[in-house]
Design a binder for this molecule. Structure first.
Ligand SMILES: Cc1ncc(COP(=O)(O)O)c(C=O)c1O
Length: 487
């Protein structure tokens, strides 16, 4: 009988068909992946040792080890040296993930990272720019235009990015898109069309990268980040042909990619024909010096730069841009055309007007001051209410990383803060590999008032001063902390 079934914990059956052309390793990987996706294997659940599973299935132990390490790289499994392999905490595929609440709970203080000050949106300037675009748009502007976007905006963006980010992009190579979210989808689709299916992502990093890669059927390979940015040697040995990076201000650790790593990364791209997708999400906000230039300016043939107005103006605008290498331009443009035939033109013209008029730069200057003040307020509140917390990643952007005591329970603290109507977000939700790291919080201070900072940090200081109880695993699972990316 060629088909064999074997157990993987109580009532779990894996099916291997020895007569099939498909290699046993691929079958095994698929079966374990499916067991996780279907919920038959739950988050945190322990898998049998490679020796035990190999014996039960009558296959070599090496094959099971290969399967475990592949699924670890994909973020389904996690293991620490000397301990059992387990299902990763965030292993669920997007369609099986619990639906995010439509509205975030109302909180007295919310340190959600990644949200700019929504009360500072330049309403007057934007309505002026929209009026201008309605007044000056030609009939042709109101038809189906170039899927890359309005030419005027592409020219303005190419000039702006050259001036402010040091990029080298011809307007013809700029594609306007609906924020970074659409930009990354278009870029990954075009990589897949060129046969690139293995994509490295930062760990810690934006948790959405993993979900987007999986949704497109790509293999996402988490690569560790340290104080100097991504480990380029680990990237080179991962087998990835593309990498998604936040080199200017790593999200969420806040580091900048060190000059020697930038050189090594570009050498990797040259040697392997690798593609770097540069997520240039908040470069405008650097407090101590001018922002580091974009990688794209150093290797325009290897870098797809994606930027957005979500941090500089507001996420609701859904406006972003791609500066594409020429080899990917055609497929990105065609994908954009098929997706939505182009981004809304009147808004594109309004953005061009805002930038050309100097009002965009003025707004950024003002916001740098606002965020700089909030950052000082956060540091001050922590020094008074929770002096043992060490903050880093403060040189840019509007979030910082807070180190908790090494034995602190990140989930418990988040849940206890939530009981006091304070939203805080743990680093573990940004670890796509499921790797267990030191307990840390990612504290956003973009969209929170001084009074709320004071109230929230006082509450956090108070609950940290009472040793938090480590909750049972099941309780943690039930109350999975409010995801940092909730609506
Ligand atoms: C790392 C990172 N990049 C980019 C973005 C911007 O995404 P979008 O332009 O789709 O709003 C975000 C938003 O939260 C982010 O966290």
């Amino acid at each position: 009988m060629p088909i064999e079934w074997a157990g993987l914990g109580p009532e779990m059956l894996l099916r291997l068909d020895r007569s099939a052309a498909e290699p046993l390793r691929v079958q095994l990987e698929r079966e374990v992946r499916e067991a996780i996706r279907s919920g038959r294997l739950g988050a945190g659940e322990r898998l049998p040792s490679s020796r035990a599973l190999a014996a039960e299935l009558g296959i070599s132990r090496g094959l099971v080890l290969e399967c475990y390490s592949q699924l670890q790289a994909e973020g389904f499994l996690t293991s620490r040296s000397g301990s059992a392999t387990r299902v990763a905490a965030n292993a669920l595929a997007p369609r099986e993930m619990p639906a995010r609440p439509l509205a975030a709970p109302r909180l007295a203080a919310d340190f959600r990272p990644g949200v700019p000050d929504l009360t500072s949106f330049p309403r007057r300037d934007w309505s002026w720019a929209i009026r201008e675009s309605c007044r000056t748009a030609t009939p042709a502007h109101l038809g189906y235009g170039d899927p890359r976007g309005a030419e005027r905006l592409r020219v303005v963006l190419a000039g702006y990015l050259r001036r402010v980010r040091g990029t080298v992009a011809d307007p013809a190579q700029v594609v306007v898109c609906n924020g970074f979210a659409q930009g990354i989808n278009l870029a990954l689709h075009s990589l897949a069309a060129r046969g690139i299916w293995r994509v490295a992502i930062e760990d810690p990093g934006d948790s959405d990268y993993l979900l987007i890669c999986r949704q497109l059927g790509m293999e996402a390979l988490p690569v560790e980040i340290d104080d100097h940015g991504i480990d380029v040697n680990a990237l080179a040995s991962s087998g990835a042909r593309a990498v998604i990076l936040t080199p200017t201000h790593q999200f969420p650790t806040g580091s900048a990619l060190a000059p020697e790593r930038r050189r090594a990364l570009i050498a990797w791209a040259n040697d392997r024909g690798g593609v770097i997708v540069e997520d240039d999400y908040d470069a405008e906000f650097r407090y101590d010096r001018a922002p580091v230039g974009a990688l794209q300016g150093l290797a325009p043939d290897h870098v797809v730069l994606i930027g957005s107005t979500s941090k500089s103006l507001a996420p609701a605008l859904r406006l972003g841009w791609i500066a594409s290498p020429s080899v990917l331009l055609e497929s990105i443009t065609e994908r954009k055309r098929i997706s939505d035939r182009g981004s809304p033109t009147l808004e594109q013209l309004a953005l061009a007007t805002l930038i050309e008029s100097g009002r965009y730069d003025k707004h950024l200057r003002q916001m740098r001051r606002v965020y700089g003040t909030r950052r000082d307020q956060l540091v001050d509140a922590l020094s008074r209410h929770a002096p043992r917390i060490k903050l880093h990643g403060l040189a840019a952007g509007f979030h910082a990383v807070a180190d908790l005591a090494p034995d602190a329970d990140e989930h418990a603290i988040i849940n206890q803060a939530l009981d006091r109507s304070v939203g805080i977000y743990g680093m573990s939700s940004y670890r796509p590999s499921g790797r267990i790291g030191p307990p840390q919080l990612v504290l956003g201070f973009g969209n929170i008032t001084q009074a709320a900072i004071e109230h929230g940090i006082e509450a956090i200081g108070d609950l940290l001063s009472r040793a938090p109880q480590r909750p049972q695993q099941s309780l943690v699972a039930k109350r999975t902390a409010v995801s940092a990316k909730q609506a």
